[in-house]
Design a protein around this ligand. Structure first.
Ligand code: PRP
Ligand code: MN
Ligand code: MG
Length: 189
């Protein structure tokens, strides 16, 4: 349990991920280069976004700050319970700053739809969302970006339970450098 042998198939390799992350970073850097004022704040959603955030910010060519929030929604299962709670809030003051909320995956939309208004209330001028994966087939909640923020996504994800590159099942598999579909027998037992 917790190794590459539990993966049914690989969806994106380490090389494919690196290429797409570089493209996203270039796009975001280009969009924010004209943004006047203080450094942009990249806010990662712990824990899943940690690898994507680390890879993304290393390729952003602007002054920036990094912070984290933690939202509890899935627990140890594979289904969102629909009532996310912010269990760890920002350390830095985002008043008057552009914020890029960084996620590993947007699934039902519950997590980002909870966080966008929260970041706005804390004074962000704009909130963009940059998610490594987007799984629109599972969307339950519509969310609106604020202050002219944009939605960036690395790849559209099929409706399968994926792990790796930060994403877990029961806290395992986050360290896999690729994204793969977990064998169903791993979570059906
Ligand atoms: C996962 C994932 C996203 C969220 C997406 O986090 O990392 O943050 O769920 O699902 P949603 O769009 O349905 O809200 P999880 O709650 O599993 O915590 P983790 O990041 O610590 O794994
Ligand atoms: Mn998460
Ligand atoms: Mg999780």
């Amino acid at each position: 349990m917790g190794s590459e042998f539990d993966i049914e198939r690989i969806l994106w390799t380490e090389q494919e991920i690196a290429g797409r992350v570089a493209e996203l970073a270039a796009e975001i850097s280009g969009d924010l280069i004209g943004a006047a004022g203080p450094p942009v704040v990249f806010v990662g959603v712990a824990t899943g976004a940690f690898l994507f955030l680390a890879d993304l910010v290393r390729r952003i060519t602007l002054p920036l700050a990094v912070d984290f929030v933690r939202v509890e929604s899935y627990g140890s299962g594979t289904e969102s319970n629909g009532a996310p709670k912010i269990s760890s809030d920002l350390k830095i003051d985002i008043r008057g700053k552009h914020v890029v909320l960084v996620e590993d995956i947007v699934d039902t939309g519950n997590t980002v739809s909870c966080l966008i208004p929260h970041l706005r209330t804390k004074g962000a001028i704009s909130v963009s969302v940059c998610t490594f994966l987007d799984k629109p087939a599972r969307r339950k909640v519509h969310f609106e970006l604020v202050g002219g923020g944009k939605f960036y996504r690395g790849f559209e994800c099929p409706d399968s339970f994926v792990v790796g590159y930060g994403m877990d099942y029961d806290e395992l598999y986050r360290n896999l450098p690729y994204v793969g579909v977990l064998k169903p027998e791993m979570y059906n037992k």
